[in-house]
Design a protein around this ligand. Sequence first.
Ligand SMILES: *[C@@H]1O[C@H](CO)[C@@H](O)[C@H](O)[C@H]1NC(C)=O
Ligand SMILES: *[C@@H]1O[C@H](CO)[C@@H](O)[C@H](O)[C@H]1NC(C)=O
Ligand SMILES: [Zn+2]
Length: 535
Amino acid sequence: CTEPESTGPATTVMAFLPLSVACLVLLIMTVHPEEKPEFWRQQARAVLRLALDRKLNTNVAKNIVLFVGDGMGITTVTAARILKGQLQNRTGEETIMNMDTFPYVGLVKVYAVDFQIPDSAATATAYLCGVKANLNTVGLSAAGRNGACRSQKGNEVTSILKWAKDAGKSVGIVTTTRVQHATPAAAYAHSASRKWYCDTDMPAAAKAQGCRDIAAQLLSNTDIDVIIGGGRKYMTPKGTRDPEYPLDPSARGRRSDGRNLISEWQHTKGGKVARYVWNRTDFDAVDPATTDYLLALFEPGDLRYELERDLSMDPPLSDTTEKAIRILQKNPKGFFLLVEGGRIDQGHHASRASMALHETVELDNAVGRALELTGDGDTLTMVTADHSHSFTFNGFPFRGNSILGRRPSLRLDMMPYTTLMYGNGPGHKIVNNKRPDIRGVDTGVDYIQQAAVPTESETHGGEDVAVLARGPMAHLFHGVQEQSYIPHALAFAACIGDDQSHCETTPPIPRSSAPTSPAAWLIAVLVPVLQNLLR
Ligand SMILES: *[C@@H]1O[C@H](CO)[C@@H](O)[C@H](O)[C@H]1NC(C)=O
Ligand SMILES: *[C@@H]1O[C@H](CO)[C@@H](O)[C@H](O)[C@H]1NC(C)=O
Ligand SMILES: [Zn+2]
């Protein structure tokens, strides 16, 4: 049995009991029903029945809700699932998250045009604009070069958010980072650098060549109905005191051009009800039934981690998601909403696994909230990630071991190690030719997991990420696909963008006409592509 952990609710109880009794209790409480073959057989039969009864949903998607976990690789999903269960005092592994209920799942290849392992800018351009791109660029094809303003012109690519708006739908962005950050930026901006948050962040040459900062493009490009996240300081003139942190110089406005984009935003929505809020009191008071536009910026930069948030000032992601949906769903033509759990990635970069996992749990809570407010009949809901991390889930911990816990190493260095670790990151350390001894160390909330290689910031991982879908045409998301496939298929399902054929041809192509042999598949897929290219 495992040594008592200081982390994890189940183990708090165990600490008060002799180890052997604790193990016995654990055995009786959790393992017992699972020892019966019928437990697994019944479960399998129920799931099989669901699969056999499932009809293809070929409706037109009136609404699209796209959830993106920034840096939410599959390891992160599994670990967050266990955490979610353990937060409810269960062993954890058997937990069914909201995202686990999505019937269609595929894998997505995330590489960028110039890098084997991508960043959030290149990947957001792929899954929002449908075109693979170069590292650090948003809303540009791969002809756009990182940091080169001159390479922007003519290479802009538009996003599914714009396609939806052009089709008369309402559109929104909800994130836990600043709203000018790479992921949301690719939905509305075109920038050779993801770092050009405001004009002060741009080189003089880029400004002279006519490139514009991302915050300015938030106002001037697509007319976005709901914008929720952080990033106040990129919107106000240099030196403007922040309403929440008036004494903090780093929270002050950063714009050199003297513009106040927040008040400009409020004044461009003439005749409509447009609300700007920066705290929870005002946010909670926003009535979705009477609000046309909402701009909510809860922090000068990124929001705080869920675990560190002052909930009296800033709402959790599930609440912001709900508010956005309630405002957007008033449009009879439907809506497109991008919801980003943006700080999963930042938790991993800091190698604070607990932060990354709690952010993931809250993203899943937001998924649950969205499912309560919409229906599979007209809403296509997707959960995916932009890329993974060098995050690993390893060892042979017993069932129900705290996901933030450890195992004793019985080999080689005889030192315990945590189940969750990183390939590289700030947690690398060698003391007396050995890894740090973590016996007696709290490996919970504030712990920085060990890493094999020292880096200031842990890096992304390059393996495929999952794409999960439910609702109209969700079956289009299966197999192994390029990340750039995502918005094309979403748009097809919703009859927005170039391809309207889903609204013209119902019923869809009968399944029996689908080619089955690999050769037939190649011919069916490649010939039209080649014909198109040669046209
Ligand atoms: C889990 O157990 C702890 C300690 O017994 C308790 O304080 C907490 O309320 C429980 N949580 C849930 C979700 O049941
Ligand atoms: C929230 O913002 C409004 C508008 O600026 C302000 O009047 C109010 O005092 C703020 N509430 C809190 C709790 O800071
Ligand atoms: Zn990152």
